[in-house]
Design a protein around this ligand. Structure first.
Ligand SMILES: NC(=O)c1ccc[n+]([C@@H]2O[C@H](COP(=O)([O-])OP(=O)(O)OC[C@H]3O[C@@H](n4cnc5c(N)ncnc54)[C@H](OP(=O)(O)O)[C@@H]3O)[C@@H](O)[C@H]2O)c1
Length: 326
């Protein structure tokens, strides 16, 4: 029996994973949040395939351990960049460091993410899940975009979630000051905002040789949510983790998006692991997408940050990224 379209994601999650044997020798792959879970597994898979890894992590001690593990696994080059993605100045510094250090970027995987059960504002005054999951990945991508356009063919992968189906995005209440905060909806709002900007960016990138897609990495046992209270941690550790899958499937799936030759021109799509899927209707509302694009540019101070980086000659003046921004 075929499930109705809105429940198709259940069936898609059971479909066999598509994989690739294509290698990425020497290709510069930037990945955020590689110290745990999905990002860690993806970094391992990329290293095994010979990629030159740039791991953007908030905890440099954890990142050093991962770097040593990757070095033991393969002879891939691994560089570390420290940044806390709940702080937009840190995101800018990370982008700036990468632009200084790497003349080309072939793959960008925006993976760092959080699930909050309570409303916490970042130092910049944003709701944390919205800031880390959406604003930071939006800003980081935009600041690296010109380098990626100059490095084509190149690919951007947004690690999104079936959690976008929880909804929660209200343009007039992005920081949840007017409503009671609900963790799943806060998470849903951040992932919806990210998806809406994927469609916008894919359209603007058409013909540049840069692709962008969003991927749900499976329901997998990781540390997500472990920043929350003891009750949630207990639920995650003793109940939830037992019904979740091993995150190596996420690493394999994300590697497929980074490397598979058959995806070289695929852009502007959402995938449940490696199966293309239709997102929830609210995540396809292009009018909301255009507003969230503009709002995200404003909230991240994108134009100002681009100007600063132009002045440092990190981004060419009158650059394509800026054209894309306006
Ligand atoms: N697990 C799932 O079933 C699932 C399902 C759908 C989507 N996802 C998505 O998959 C992505 C990875 O999550 P995960 O499940 O692998 O969780 P995880 O094990 O908690 O890993 C999250 C990664 O993001 C980093 N991170 C968190 N907050 C950060 C911040 N403020 N600045 C910089 N880095 C930060 C973490 O760094 P630390 O190591 O320092 O904490 C860690 O490396 C997220 O985008 C999540 O929404 C996961």
């Amino acid at each position: 029996m075929k499930l109705p379209e809105e429940l198709q994601f259940i069936e898609n999650a059971r479909m066999p994973l598509k994989t690739t044997t294509a290698r990425l020798d020497g290709q510069v792959c930037v990945i955020t949040g590689a110290t745990s879970g999905v990002g860690y597994q993806t970094a391992k898979r990329l290293a095994q395939a010979g990629a030159h890894l740039v791991l953007v992590c908030r905890n440099i001690e954890k990142a050093q351990v991962v770097k040593a593990e990757l070095a033991a696994l393969s002879n891939a080059e691994v560089d570390l960049v420290q940044a806390d993605f709940s702080n937009l100045d840190d995101v800018q510094s990370a982008a700036s460091q990468i632009l200084h250090q790497f003349p080309v970027i072939h793959v960008l995987i925006n993976n760092a993410g959080v699930h909050m059960t309570t409303r916490k504002l970042t130092a910049d005054g944003f709701e944390t899940a919205f800031a880390v999951n959406h604003l930071a990945s939006f800003l980081f991508t935009r600041l690296l975009l010109d380098r990626m356009i100059a490095s084509t063919p190149s690919r951007i992968i947004q690690v999104n979630s079936e959690g976008h189906r929880f909804g929660g995005l209200k343009l007039d209440d992005l920081d949840w000051g007017k409503r009671r905060y609900r963790g799943l909806q806060g998470y849903g709002a951040s992932k919806t905002a990210q998806l809406l900007t994927v469609w916008e960016l894919a359209e603007r990138l058409a013909g540049t040789g840069v692709t962008i897609n969003a991927v749900h990495p499976g329901e997998v046992a990781t540390n997500i949510g472990m920043n929350n209270g003891l009750l949630y941690q207990w639920y995650q550790k003793y109940l939830l983790s037992h019904i979740l899958k091993d995150p190596h499937i996420s690493g394999e799936a994300l590697y497929y998006f980074a490397a598979a030759p058959e995806l070289s021109t695929t852009s502007g799509k959402f995938f449940n692991l490696t199966i293309e899927e239709k997102p929830a209707p609210h995540a396809l509302d292009r009018a909301t997408g255009k507003r969230i694009w503009e709002i995200s540019e404003e909230l991240t101070g994108l134009h100002h940050k681009i100007k600063t980086m132009e002045n440092e000659s990190l981004i060419p003046a009158k650059n394509p990224g800026f054209t894309i921004a306006s």
